[in-house]
Design a protein around this ligand. Structure first.
Ligand SMILES: Nc1ncnc2c1ncn2[C@@H]1O[C@H](COP(=O)(O)OP(=O)(O)OP(=O)(O)O)[C@@H](O)[C@H]1O
Ligand SMILES: [Mg+2]
Length: 357
């Protein structure tokens, strides 16, 4: 029995799952510099400003939010491509933000990324075989030299490409096929977690579904956990078990896809959802249309208190003074529903009461 199935058997028998990733109070500030040689720090872009969430084995956590709210920065922090300003990222209970050397390499093997743009993320001068097999250079223990070609062909087959394409170059493939190559490379080291940052945004709508379906199929086959970042709320709902809604470096709301899409408690989530076109005229009519005024404020100078208040139709004086914490409303807890449906809004209790009633 593999270590992973042993782990899931244990978790299953206890009826409780342990997260594979635990993110706590994660912060990433990028210094803003000025003056000759940019020597004077005049502030900071608060790209990620205190985010906590868990990722469970085998699940897909979708992350949505407008441009610039810090989604890619969270992805880079998880991948150890950026060092956090503060906070912890625990992988199977161990804080990976402080690792180096061998231990870091081992974690990196288990957390892989699929990038947004399959046109720029594949080196045009390398063959597909070399691109997919590149991770083996850093982790030769996964595929010894003599076994590489066979492993790469296996990976091509797994993502639905002809293994005979191994000597072709990226320009000989369509966008969808290129993203399949990117996914094959992500799978090469047999990771447990895939962080996918807008993996289908650059693709034609007609091929988006095919790539998403492939990712779902691979998840089942290999027991992968996904963090799936996207702009498109319908795609996120389709693939996610849980969804986190980000706004200006903070998590506004998090819950199961049903909780978020059917019973949102944060005004920002409500506004995002109201902008999604609904084909059914009856549902469309019953839904209030919320138009978000203005742009997202600068993360270098976010509003005091609740960051969403400058665009929120419910905002009161309190919202400028007190920062709402991400928490499960008491009404949900008392009703035994809404476990882990948390919202960072002073009015979440009110909304939750409506949902429960
Ligand atoms: N290396 C960097 N240096 C300075 N600022 C940065 C850096 N990387 C990101 N930022 C800033 O941090 C904020 C969050 O950026 P991020 O790319 O994480 O947003 P995002 O949610 O992924 O947006 P999008 O939906 O457009 O991809 C933005 O204001 C961005 O300009
Ligand atoms: Mg991004």
């Amino acid at each position: 029995m593999t270590e992973q199935s042993e782990q899931s058997r244990k978790n299953g028998s206890e009826g409780k799952r342990e997260p594979i990733l635990e993110v706590r109070d994660l912060v990433k500030h990028f210094p803003l510099s000025k003056g000759v040689l940019l020597k004077r720090q005049v502030g900071a872009v608060k790209a990620v400003d205190g985010i906590s969430f868990d990722l469970y084995p085998g699940e897909t956590l979708g992350i949505v939010g407008e441009s610039g709210c810090g989604k890619s920065t969270v992805a880079k922090l998880l991948m150890n491509l950026e060092r956090p300003t503060a906070g912890t990222i625990k992988y199977k209970g161990e804080d990976i933000t402080r690792l180096s050397g061998r231990a870091l390499r081992e974690v990196r093997r288990n957390i892989q990324m699929v990038f947004q743009d399959p046109y720029t993320s594949l080196n045009p001068r390398m063959t597909v075989g070399d691109i997919i097999g590149e991770p083996f250079d850093i982790h030769p223990e996964v595929a010894p030299k003599g076994d590489r070609r066979r492993r790469v062909q296996e990976l091509l087959d797994v993502v639905g490409l002809n293994p005979e394409y191994i000597n072709r170059y990226p320009h000989q493939f369509s966008g969808g096929q290129r993203q399949r190559i990117g996914i094959a490379r992500g799978l090469a080291l047999r990771p447990e977690i895939i962080v996918a940052d807008e993996p289908v945004s650059a693709l034609d709508v007609s091929v988006q579904a095919q790539v998403v379906n492939l990712m779902e199929q691979l998840q089942d086959e290999f027991g992968l956990s996904y963090m799936f970042i996207a702009h498109d709320l319908s795609i996120v709902r389709h693939i996610s078990d849980r969804v986190g809604v980000m706004y200006l470096g903070k998590m506004a709301e998090i819950g199961t896809d049903e909780q978020i899409y059917e019973h949102p408690t944060h005004p920002y989530t409500q506004a995002l959802l109201s902008a999604v076109p609904v084909p059914d005229p009856e549902i469309r009519e019953g839904r209030e249309r919320i138009v978000l005024e203005g742009d997202v404020p600068s993360p270098a100078n976010p509003p005091s208190g609740c960051r969403f208040r400058t665009r929120c139709w419910k905002a009161e004086a309190r919202c400028a003074e007190e920062t709402p914490l991400l928490a499960v409303p008491k009404v949900f807890e008392a009703a035994g529903t809404g476990a882990a449906h948390a919202s960072a809004c002073h009015f979440a209790e009110e909304r939750a009461a409506v949902v429960v009633a």
